[in-house]
Design a protein around this ligand. Structure first.
Ligand SMILES: Nc1nc2c(c(=O)[nH]1)N[C@H]1C(S)=C(S)[C@@H](COP(=O)(O)O)O[C@H]1N2
Ligand SMILES: [Mo]
Length: 410
């Protein structure tokens, strides 16, 4: 696919990125000011992701079968139905793992695939075959991957101001057992320099307008940490096509977009790297955020393993759910059966509370007929908790507030 300049919404995405650079170069002003000027002038950006419609292919943009019993399809994305995690184990099976594709899953031949590491920040730019990558010591970590926009729909339904982008409920998260090689191992093999500042992994999926391949830089300090992996395995199996085969990045605790799938190239640079994915996307925009900060880590959330507006039988119900924090593990989970008026402590399942993964919990409820609003709130090991509301941001990122979960008891 080449540039889709015949599609105005696609072109607009690229135009804004170019314009930021043009103004910045011409005037020497900061990137931030350039961004603000552009938004201040009212140039519309497709907030919160690519214009739906531009790439929407509906079902059929994945390799795995998207069973509507387990997924809600929104444009090119497939959200796990959180209630279907009930009774499942700790790990999210690959077949049930949410898919967030900017376009569609490319089918890549692992035998001919190569990962290129290059740029001003390495002395030995080189390719790695899959066999070479497999020959390095492997590391396995159980960690969540969660979209930055997970929970976005609640900005509308709960706080009354819609945010643009994929209207996820809480199912844009999965926990996998990821196996791969440390990114630092590959960077060292490519001769990473002391002077390198940014590392930008890039996907082999279809280019997005003229903005090029999906890519997003991370600072060298994070790239070199032990838990950042070039992953080739999920849950003891080969990494599936929809989740990045032959290799994807894993950056635990960071927003979903940091975990670039279908790696083809990693640019290491002595100067800062920018793309649409850290300039016009994945920043906080809106009146609450005058400095337009870039998003880095995920937050803390809780979800019941129940559909919204579920019907429950009167009497004893064992409610189950999951809570997670990008900062570490979950300390406590409290549940309210009366819309947050009073709370009771839920029980976290033994051995089900991993670092930057999730905690499985349960709580009994003797339900009386009528309507009720359930809420759950977690506190993590650093004392972070869930607020009652979060300031709005235009693209609806990082909704960490307590979610009202209506049910009817009959
Ligand atoms: N190359 C590439 N990498 C990507 C994406 C993409 O569209 N292309 N989507 C990102 C986003 S926004 C998220 S939330 C995660 C989703 O990972 P998953 O589809 O394996 O659940 O992948 C990230 N990596
Ligand atoms: Mo995402």
């Amino acid at each position: 696919m080449s540039h889709s300049f015949n599609n105005e919404s696609v072109y607009d995405f690229d135009r804004i990125e170019r314009e930021i650079w043009r103004r910045q170069r011409a005037t020497g002003i900061s990137r931030r000011s350039a961004l603000r000027n552009i938004f201040g002038l009212g140039v519309g950006v497709a907030a919160g992701g690519l214009p739906t419609g531009a790439f929407a292919q509906g079902a059929g943009n994945t390799v795995k079968v998207i069973d509507p019993a387990f997924f809600t399809t929104i444009g090119t994305n497939h959200e796990s139905k959180f209630e279907t995690f009930k009774g499942q184990g700790y790990l999210t099976p690959a077949s049930r793992f949410f898919v967030r594709n900017h376009t569609s899953t490319p089918v890549i031949n692992g035998a001919t695939w190569k990962l290129r590491i290059e740029g001003t920040g390495v002395t030995n730019p080189r390719d790695f075959t899959l066999d070479e990558i497999l020959s390095y010591p492997s590391v396995t970590l159980t960690r969540a991957i969660e979209c930055a926009g997970n929970g976005r729909s609640f900005f509308n339904t709960q706080q009354g101001t819609a945010a643009s982008g994929t209207q996820w409920k809480l199912g844009a998260i999965g926990v996998g057992e990821w196996t791969g090689v440390r990114l630092s191992t590959l960077l060292q093999a490519a001769g990473v320099k002391q002077t390198a500042v940014d590392v930008q992994p890039e996907g082999l999926d279809a280019v997005v307008g003229a903005t090029g391949h999906v890519r997003r830089a991370l600072p060298i300090q994070r790239a070199l940490e032990d838990d950042v992996l070039v992953v080739y395995g999920l849950n003891g199996d080969i990494l599936p096509a929809d989740h990045g085969f032959p290799a994807r990045l894993l950056v635990p605790g960071w927003i979903g977009i940091a975990n670039i799938k279908w790696l083809g190239r990693i640019e290491v640079s002595e100067t800062p790297l920018f793309s649409a994915w850290n300039t016009t996307q994945y920043r906080y925009f809106g009146t609450a955020y005058p400095t337009e900060p870039v998003l880095t880590t995920q937050t803390i959330k809780s979800a019941f393993e129940l559909p919204l507006n579920a019907t429950l039988n009167r009497g004893l119900n064992l409610l189950t759910g999951r809570s997670w924090s990008a900062a570490g593990t979950i300390q406590t989970v409290e549940v309210s059966f009366n819309g947050g008026v009073s709370y009771q402590r839920a029980t976290i399942k033994q051995g089900s509370n991993g670092d930057r993964a999730w905690a499985l919990w349960q709580i009994p409820w003797v339900a009386k007929p009528g309507n009720a609003v359930l809420t759950a709130r977690a506190v993590d090991n650093l004392g972070n908790t869930q607020p009652l509301s979060v300031p709005h941001n235009n693209q609806g990122y990082l909704f960490s507030a307590v979610v009202n979960h209506p049910v009817t008891v009959v």
